[in-house]
Ligand binder design. Sequence first.
Ligand code: ADP
Length: 176
Amino acid sequence: MEHKGVTVWFTGLSGAGKTTISQKVAEELRSQNYKLEVLDGDIVRTNLTKGLGFSKEDRDENIRRIGFVSHLLTRNGVIVIVSAISPYRAIRDEVGKRIGNFVEVYVNAPLETCEKRDVKGLYKRARAGEIKQFTGIDDPYEPPLNPEIECHTDKEELEESVKKVLEGLKKLGYLA
Ligand code: ADP
């Protein structure tokens, strides 16, 4: 299907629901034959940005590289779905400006909800001091000030969040 490229950027705390929502959104768009690529932070860190750590400098570099690839794909008419904590506002904004067709989705859930879910057991390890510089525990998260779309995963069912994203993209003119 011919369509406008766009980067749909999911940001939020670990365990907020970025991967879960973005996978469902990707599934839905694929079934509608959209050209699509998914860049998931956890996977990207094992190849494209392998070797980078979690200092501010390395986190920004991680986002810059994801942004670079997203830009290439976006300008070739691909819908790029990025799921990355991306805790720093300035670099998100910088990447968004460069890409142009950029939709920021804030996957918002309170820290205590994310910590209770502890999908990967990382919060427990961070609290125990086994992991340092863990976002939300001993590293900052700067929420978007004006996200195009915001999901409250502590109050919404997954399907509601997914619908919000799809309808948002439609309203913004990226979906038929
Ligand atoms: P992240 O990618 O942000 O680290 P995950 O998607 O891996 O987070 O985990 C989010 C967890 O929250 C999953 O276990 C998911 O089932 C649960 N969850 C509950 N409600 C929602 C919702 N509305 N949207 C997304 N995930 C939700």
